[in-house]
Write a protein that binds this ligand. Structure first.
Ligand code: NG1
Ligand code: MG
Length: 548
């Protein structure tokens, strides 16, 4: 039997033609890799030792529920980040510190960066020591800077592999190129962090297992490392993007669940189903407003989980940041055990959705949907003292809100988690049926069913989770009017891309209609149009090429 996806090794190739075979790539890909390698020689005066690749992803359904530990359903896309890298044997005068890095980007907008990590003295690191973090790199989390993602990937490698301070990390040259549009909800950030993590592991000869220390690093271990790394940029994200970028396979989408531990399984998509990404062209800037929105949602869903747990009589540690999925697990644990299957989970979710009224303020039940609860009310409802509440839920984020939408956020999480399970089941059923006999005869019904779930997801994101924006609402509306079965925002929202389900034969017509109806697309043609609206099919996950 094939190993579980998370236990599979990261693919390491030794020639570019092997990679192209595996990517089923056509010439344009080969050109990109070749010109990256050539440019590396021009800039650094020696051949690149490795090229690593990590793709972006599109999330088909399951938004803002990964950090509540519910399962999600993304797929990697073809667009990716490539990093060429090698060790720098003769550090220049300014960069003699061990592990110093020269990072360049083919895109002229992203300027050359030089940085070096600092090894802290064990006695002086205090707080950091508690987390075992001897190495430090300054990461600017206040503004969005391209090198922050490179540093984030490096951080974990340093602290996992060089934490005793005895070995020195190599000095590194690296050159980055990317085709995932930034801030578009297609997870350029995770692709950067995954690629950077892999690049630093590779150059330092550390592709061996992070945890069990034998064999090549496996995909699950790399997901854990990349997740931890990406948090260093200041967004308290879940693990969907890193898992999709690392574990995807072209045959199918990926159902990724995070509870009781990270696992992934393939979900074949019905034949003839095409997912089209359309960029709203509103950039979701994670360094400012969107980041505050994101972290605020993390806090709201965590506090909702505690209040719900209290009302169900569950025993939660005073400082435990229990998630909604854990509450469901604890609630249903006795009956179903930790590994509750998807069908049982759907039932329990439906039961618990009936109990969410507890999250509305006692004295203003009718206003709750509009205004949410105040800080004072929220602290009181949590049953914690103000100090402990602050320490557990607020000390690690920058929150400016005065009102908190606990009820609506939790309602979104529960209904979205159920939609993911329904979507998954519909795809698996369709695969079984088409394997059994009559092929596409019922594909229209399946598409309608999946499309409806996507539309419901969009409505819930817009109304209950408030992570849409006027342009995304417009674009999803135009998509359903242009022939899509369903359309929703993908990624964190507040801008970025939508994903729409379109049947294979209608894709061209759909894109043409979208071009005519979404004003920012009107004047775009050719490559410029392909850049903002394009069909995707599931792509391969991250890999490393070790060049001779
Ligand atoms: P985007 O905005 O596409 O990077 C973010 C989170 C995901 C997930 C989605 C919402 C990061 C790195 N990723 O994705 O973990 O929570 O939002 O479903 O922030
Ligand atoms: Mg991101």
């Amino acid at each position: 039997m094939e190993a579980a996806i998370s236990k599979q090794n990261i693919p390491v190739y030794t020639t570019l033609s092997d990679v192209f075979g595996s990517l089923e790539a056509s010439l344009p890909h080969a050109k990109r890799w070749d010109s990256l390698a050539e440019e590396f020689v021009k800039r650094f005066g020696k051949q690149t030792e490795y090229i690593v690749r990590a793709p972006g992803r599109v999330n088909l359904i399951g938004e803002h529920i990964d950090y509540a530990l519910f399962g999600v359903l993304p797929a990697a896309i073809e667009r990716d980040i490539l990093i060429a890298c090698g060790s720098r044997s003769a550090p220049d005068a300014n960069l003699h510190a061990p592990g110093s890095v020269v990072a360049e980007n083919l895109h002229p907008k992203y300027t050359r960066q030089l940085f070096a990590p600092v090894l802290r003295d064990p006695e002086e690191i205090g707080e950091a020591k508690a987390h075992g973090e001897r190495w430090h790199l300054d990461i600017n989390t206040k503004e969005l800077r391209w090198e922050s993602y490179v540093k984030a990937g490096y951080y974990g490698v340093l602290n996992h592999h060089f934490s005793d301070g005895e070995d020195s990390p190599s000095s590194v040259n690296l050159l980055v190129t990317g085709s995932v549009p930034a801030g578009s909800g297609l997870s350029s950030s995770a692709a950067m962090v995954v690629a950077s993590t892999l690049a630093f592991l590779a150059v330092n000869g550390k592709l061996e297992g992070v945890v069990d220390n034998h064999g090549i690093l496996n995909k699950g271990e790399l997901v854990q490392l990349a997740m931890k790394n990406e948090k260093r940029v200041g967004v308290n994200s879940g693990g969907m993007d890193q898992a999709a970028s690392i574990m995807s396979d072209p045959s199918s989408a990926l159902y990724i669940s995070f509870y009781p531990s990270l696992s992934a399984s393939a979900v074949p998509l019905p034949s003839g189903a095409v997912f089209v990404c359309a960029n709203s062209l509103v950039v979701a800037n994670k360094a400012s407003s969107a980041k505050r929105g994101y972290n605020l949602r993390v806090v709201e869903t965590l506090v909702a989980a505690r209040i719900l747990a209290n009302s169900l009589g569950l025993d939660i540690g005073l400082k435990e940041k229990v998630t909604l999925r854990e509450v469901v697990g604890k609630f249903a644990g006795e009956k179903y055990g930790e590994d509750m299957g998807p069908d049982d989970l759907e039932k329990v979710l439906a039961t618990l959705e009936q109990k969410l009224d507890i999250l509305k303020p006692n004295n203003r039940p009718n206003e709750a949907d509009q205004f949410g609860v105040t800080m004072e009310e929220m602290v009181e409802m949590s049953g914690l003292s103000e100090n402990i509440f602050h320490e557990v839920y607020l000390s690690w984020v920058d929150i400016e809100a005065t009102h908190f939408q606990l009820h609506n956020r939790a309602r979104h999480v529960f209904s979205e988690a159920r939609r993911v399970l329904e979507f998954r089941r519909a795809c698996l059923d369709a695969a079984t049926r088409s394997g059994a006999s009559d092929g596409n005869s019922d594909s229209n019904d399946i598409f309608k069913n999946l499309g409806q779930l996507m539309n419901d997801s969009q409505r819930s994101c817009a109304m209950d989770f408030e992570c849409s924006c006027p342009e995304l609402d417009t674009l999803t509306g135009l998509a359903t009017r242009s022939g899509a079965y369903g359309s929703r925002l993908t990624g964190a929202g507040w801008g970025g891309c939508t994903v729409s389900l379109v049947s294979e034969g209608k894709v061209k017509d759909f894109i043409q209609k979208m071009k005519e109806s979404y004003p920012p697309y009107k004047d775009l043609e050719g490559d410029a149009l392909d850049e903002v609206i394009f069909a995707t099919k599931p792509g391969r996950g991250a890999c490393v090429v070790k060049l001779e």
